[in-house]
Design a binder for this molecule. Structure first.
Ligand code: NAP
Length: 277
């Protein structure tokens, strides 16, 4: 029997890179995709150091043609697709009065519509294998966080989409789940690119933003590694039964659990108001 084939998006760094290497190590034929093949050096080096092989291909989740082309190429070359990990994503810090609606749309394009595009292209092939569809959302897909309106909206949207799709996909043999990391020490924070003087430029929101940035730096000081977060993805790919929702650490479990038990919303509002006070 041929080995199972997994396709992972956003593997140039961080969780996606670690998941690609670990999946290959776990025995999957691993299609590691990135939007810019020129940024594959770190991925190649990590695969070489781990002694594993990867099939590296271009896929930009915001470019539907690149998604279709990539999935078609995988089927042409490997003949099957057993799992997809929607991992590509990008953070964003801002608040609506200080930014344009177009900026919010861009955040949705990568973190939500990108997931939708890859999912739609992959589903017929996952149906054929009785496969798995995983999406790396975030604890920010469960708990709305200050200055993360657009990012959390996109991650909430991805969670709602997947929670709704799960029973429908299960009816045709495809298991759907979300992976919720808390703080992970990847390129994520650097890629958000918050400027040193962001608070000074935030007008009336400056003091709250300064407090948020300072609190967030503290949270990321205790971040788990990308490899630790990726271990949960491998567990989700290989477990006999896929739970719908998996967190990547005890901290993430406690954080998401607090929200899921917060029926009137007061617990989260008290907590996040303290972050900006
Ligand atoms: P990262 O190191 O910044 O990796 C993000 C990956 O997504 C990069 O490979 C990036 O590629 C890729 N990407 C961005 N836009 C893309 C597009 N249009 N098409 C294809 N790939 C694209 O951050 P990470 O922490 O590993 O993030 C992985 C996932 O975990 C994301 O969905 C993120 O939201 C989620 N997450 C992260 C944390 C955290 O604290 N790090 C917490 C919760 C959830 P380029 O190199 O080309 O930009």
């Amino acid at each position: 029997m041929s080995t199972k084939v997994v396709l992972i998006t956003g593997t140039s760094s961080g969780i996606g890179l670690a998941a690609a290497v670990s999946a290959s190590h776990a025995g999957f034929t691993t299609v590691a995709t990135l939007r810019d093949p020129a940024r594959a050096d770190a991925l190649r080096k990590a695969a070489e150091a781990a002694g594993v092989e990867l099939d590296i291909r271009r896929l930009d989740v915001t470019d539907a043609a690149s998604v279709e082309e990539c999935v078609a190429g995988v089927i042409a070359d490997h003949g099957r697709l057993d799992a997809v990990v929607n991992n590509a994503g990008a953070g964003h810090v801002g608040t609506i009065e200080n930014e344009s609606v177009d900026e919010v749309r861009r955040v949705m394009e990568v973190n939500f519509f990108g997931v939708v595009t890859v999912t739609r292209a992959a589903l017929p092939h996952l149906r054929a294998t009785g496969g798995r569809l995983l999406t790396v959302t975030s604890v920010g897909g469960v708990v709305g966080q200050p200055f993360n309106e657009a990012y959390c909206a996109a991650k909430f949207a991805a969670e709602g989409f997947m929670e709704s799709l799960a029973p429908v996909a299960a009816s045709v043999g495809v298991a759907v789940g979300v992976i919720e990391p808390g703080a992970v020490a990847s390129e994520f924070v650097a890629n958000v690119g918050v400027k040193e003087d962001a608070a000074a430029e935030a007008g009336v929101y400056g003091p709250a933003l300064a407090n948020y940035i300072s609190r967030t730096r503290g949270a990321f000081a205790n971040a788990q590694t990308s490899e630790e977060a990726a271990a949960t993805i491998i567990e989700a790919l290989t477990a006999d039964r896929l739970p719908f929702r998996m967190q990547t650490s005890d901290v993430a479990r406690a954080f998401a659990g607090g929200k899921l038990a917060d029926l009137d919303g007061s617990r989260i509002q008290t907590m996040t108001s303290a972050w900006v006070a």
